[in-house]
Each structure stands twice: as structure tokens, then as C-alpha cells.
Design a protein around this ligand. Structure first.
Ligand code: ZN
Ligand code: ZN
Length: 341
């Protein structure tokens, strides 16, 4: 017996472009809902999944972890928090609910999650996806699907890194290295939370956008460290959204004594960090991965209030998923690319 099909884009092997075609439409499990996807953001992590960094995902995989859409069916045991007809943002982790991390709401750190949609379980590069009902965040009517989708990863990741991990306080100076999808969200959040923000990017268009949002925008040239130190005396916080072989050391050089370096981006390659600089400067170095369900609710609240804006560079139909990934890989896109199935 074959059920209904849907259009989707999926990865089949490391390093290959996504396949575009038809796949079986998923059926919601007892505690799941079926979401008709209206918008799915294209994240750098999707390139990592395609390229098997840091390890290959289970193939075939429909990527897409920044998803907004409509609930069109619910499983037998679903009694909330959403119902058929609701507009929702998908929170992409479903923790085990039993470990120490889940007990404190940090299911982004759960060692054995039930699912990570778009990472190890089919996500939103499709007309439909299933997701645990508890992972749906209701969207107010006035919020655009694409804007909401972008909050799903870039907005929530920025929130988690800026508040829970970096602990940005009013009056502090925050340097954001890399003004891409997540970087521009970090810029907005840090400004909203009362910080002075310096955004660093190699691309002039990204710097312009960061400046429009209210940041001091600087290129990543040879005199960057001297300029930041002259302006700030050493930043309180540096957030590295790039994570290449140079940016962690650069961030360390931008900080004051006791400053906090938060790593969000990565390439899969090791990067040197001057240990003496970390030790003698008593720097705090922390990673930040993903976000919590509470962060997802807060991101939607900030978006709905106009305090966090989605920066969208371009919208593609699902059939152009490969072009969208290629454009992201080249770099220089200002904000997020969104697929609209
Ligand atoms: Zn992402
Ligand atoms: Zn857990």
C-alpha cells in the first residue's frame, strides 16, 4: 500500500547536491503533528550536513531545521499545545525528557534526544514534516512565515549564545565576528539587551546591514585589533559565528582581561588559540550550541514585538534547494535564504 506523496529535497550521500523529487508524506505519531511547511530557512549547518561535517548524517535525510508552517493533522494523543489550523514555528530538538540536561530545559545538550528535526530526522525541505506537538511554538497571525522560520535557528541560536552563554549585560561592548544569518541576529539581540555592538565581516554588504541595525561595522583587516582596542579598551564579549582557523584567536585578541569568548560557528577543522593569552587574560571560552524550547518561545515573542527582525536575503522555491545551498556556500549573502515549498 502506498500513501500520498509530497515534494521534498533530501541528501543521499556526502558531498552531493540535494535530490529533488517525491517522497512519502509522513504520518504523525501519537504525540506528533503534521506540519504543512510554508517556509524553511537555509542554514550553514545544512552545508555541513551535505558535506558530512563533523560527521555524515543518516542518509537519506531531508534537511531543514528552521521551519514555520501550519498544523494540518495531529496524532491520537495530542491534546496541546497546538491544534489543527494553528500557525507554528518548529523547535528542532525533542530531548529524551529524562536526563540531567532535559531536567533543566537544556535539551540542546541532551545526549540521547528522541529527534533532531533536519539533523537526524527528516526536516523542513519538504511540503510536510512531522514534529512532536510539544516542539511547536504558536505564531501570532501578523507574523510572516519566512520571518518566523528564520527565528527557528538563527534567532534562537543568537538568543541562547547572547543571554544564556555570554550573559550580555547592559552597557557592555560586544564584538560579533561574522555578520551572517546568526551574526545579524546576535547584533540585534545584543543591541536590544543594551550593549554597544561592533560587527566584523569581510563583506561590505553584510557590514552595511549590520550598521543599519545599529552596530559599528568594521572590516576584518590588519588593523582591526588595534581599532577595537582603541574604541573599547578591550571588548567584554566576543562572539565568533565563523569558527575558521583564524577567528577564535582574533576574538581572544579583541577582549579585555576577563572577557568572554563565545564560539558558535565551526568548520570541522582545528583552530589555534594562544593559551598564554587565555591564561594571562583570564578569558572565559565557551561554546554555544543551538537553543532551548524556552529560547524558541522568546524568539517568537521578540519577533512579534518587533524587537528582533528576520533578515532575509532571498526566497527560493523548494526545487531550487541546490541553488540556495550553492549561494550560501559562496558567501556574501546578507541574512538568510529561505525556501518556500
Ligand atoms: Zn541552523
Ligand atoms: Zn535528555
Amino acid at each position: 500500500m502506498t500513501g500520498p506523496l509530497m515534494r521534498a529535497a533530501w541528501f543521499d550521500a556526502v558531498g552531493e547536491p540535494p535530490r529533488i523529487g517525491k517522497r512519502p508524506r509522513p504520518e504523525p505519531g501519537p504525540r506528533e503533528v503534521l506540519v504543512a511547511v510554508r517556509a524553511a530557512g537555509v542554514c550553514h549547518t545544512d552545508l555541513h550536513l551535505r558535506d558530512g561535517v563533523p560527521q555524515p548524517p543518516p542518509f537519506p535525510l531531508v534537511p531543514g531545521h528552521e521551519v514555520a508552517g501550519d498544523v494540518v493533522a495531529v496524532g491520537a494523543e495530542v491534546t496541546g499545545p497546538v491544534a489543527v489550523g494553528d500557525r507554528v514555528l518548529v523547535y528542532y530538538y525533542d530531548g529524551c525528557g529524562e536526563c540531567a540536561a532535559c531536567a533543566t530545559g537544556e535539551e540542546n545538550l541532551c545526549p540521547a534526544p528522541n529527534a533532531k528535526w533536519g539533523f537526524d530526522t527528516d526536516g523542513g525541505y519538504a511540503e510536510f514534516m512531522t514534529v512532536a506537538a510539544r516542539c511547536c511554538v504558536p505564531l501570532p497571525d501578523h507574523v510572516d512565515y519566512a520571518d518566523a522560520a528564520v527565528m527557528g535557528c538563527s534567532g534562537t541560536t543568537a538568543l541562547h549564545a547572547g543571554r544564556a552563554v555570554a550573559g550580555i549585560r547592559p552597557g557592555e561592548t560586544v564584538v560579533v565576528v561574522g555578520a551572517g544569518g546568526i551574526g545579524l541576529a546576535v547584533v540585534q539581540l545584543a543591541l536590544h539587551d543594551g550593549a554597544t555592538v561592533i560587527a566584523v565581516d569581510t563583506h561590505a554588504d553584510s557590514r552595511s546591514r549590520a550598521a543599519e541595525l545599529g552596530a559599528i561595522a568594521l572590516p576584518s583587516g590588519d588593523d582591526l585589533v588595534a581599532e577595537v582596542l582603541a574604541r573599547t579598551g578591550g571588548a567584554d564579549v566576543a562572539i565568533d559565528t565563523v569558527g575558521n582557523d583564524r577567528t577564535p584567536a582574533l576574538c581572544a585578541d579583541l577582549l579585555r582581561t576577563g572577557g568572554r569568548l563565545v564560539l558558535i560557528g565551526y568548520t570541522g577543522q582545528a583552530a589555534p588559540l594562544d593559551v598564554a593569552r587565555v591564561v594571562t587574560g583570564e578569558l572565559v571560552v565557551r561554546g554555544s550550541v543551538g537553543a532551548t524550547l524556552a529560547d524558541a518561545h522568546e524568539a517568537v515573542r521578540l519577533l512579534a514585538a518587533g524587537d528582533l527582525r528576520a533578515v532575509i536575503s532571498r526566497r527560493y522555491p523548494l526545487a531550487d534547494a541546490d541553488s540556495a545551498l550553492a549561494e550560501l556556500a559562496v558567501g556574501g549573502t546578507v541574512g538568510r535564504i529561505v525556501l518556500e515549498p
